[in-house]
Design a protein around this ligand. Structure first.
Ligand code: SF4
Length: 238
């Protein structure tokens, strides 16, 4: 099955795999993740290690001083984000079972682009914003955001991350080598990957199938589930 690894993490992985310290991290994580059968739990465990290693990188005083990312800057949330199928399941669970509202029409349009980079930039800028971006430019699912969103910390001026003109510019990012290995371990453990809208759309379809839904669970918000299924079926008829 095709795996669309996040580019930067994969480059780190290819470059540093021969070094035993990194190889050991990868094997350690692979071993942990292979024992978890639930995709949602596997995504959460991956995020735990991505955060652990990213925080190690962030603890460098120079990192704190020179990182230009700040609350309300949502430039990178208008680009294509890679997620794996475990992360997509986690996000779909938030939408369907926890009632987190997203703009389904926008998600449908973004998801139709599938994994095409050029197709993405054919969408108007306002249509390129992540469906989890809130009105204040923050992430509405911060605790469950994908691995890639966790490791992105820029040193370059925010304007470099802007893609309003449809052009991706060079961005200097914090070195997160160990976290990149955790990202790749998570992607390899999951089995499938692609862009967030494409993968989330697929996962929503999976999780809204009647056989997957467990109405007896108290956490299921029945009214919202009913509405979302109605919305999905309307969109599928388009
Ligand atoms: S999941 Fe959150 S951090 Fe990641 S692109 Fe979407 S809004 Fe931004």
């Amino acid at each position: 099955m095709l795996i669309n690894y996040p580019q930067r993490a994969y480059e780190t992985f290819k470059r540093l795999s021969p070094i035993s310290e990194f190889n050991d991290i990868y094997r350690f994580l692979q071993n942990i993740l292979s024992k978890i059968s639930s995709p949602i739990e596997r995504a959460r465990k991956t995020h735990q290690y991505v955060d652990l290693y990213t925080n190690e990188s962030l603890s460098n005083p120079a990192a704190k001083k020179f990182i230009t990312c700040h609350k309300g800057c949502s430039a990178c949330c208008h680009t294509q984000v890679s997620v794996n199928s475990d992360e997509a399941a986690l996000l779909a669970n938030k939408v369907i079972h926890e009632g987190h509202e997203v703009d389904l029409k926008k998600l449908y349009i973004q998801g139709n682009v599938e994994n095409s980079g050029s197709g993405w930039f054919e969408l108007p800028y306002e249509m390129r914003g992540c469906v989890f971006l809130d009105e204040g430019g923050g992430c509405s699912i911060y605790e469950d955001r994908p691995s890639v969103c966790r490791t992105n910390n820029a040193f370059s001026p925010p304007v470099q991350c802007e893609t309003k003109d449809g052009i991706e510019k060079p961005v200097r990012l914090l070195n997160t080598e160990k976290a990149d290995f955790a990202v790749i371990a998570g992607f390899r453990a999951s089995g499938e990957a692609g862009t967030l809208p494409h993968m989330l759309w697929k996962a929503l379809g999976e999780q809204s199938k009647p056989r997957v839904v467990t109405p007896s669970k108290k956490v299921v918000k029945k009214a919202y589930l009913k509405r979302i299924k109605k919305d999905l079926s309307k969109i599928f008829e388009v």
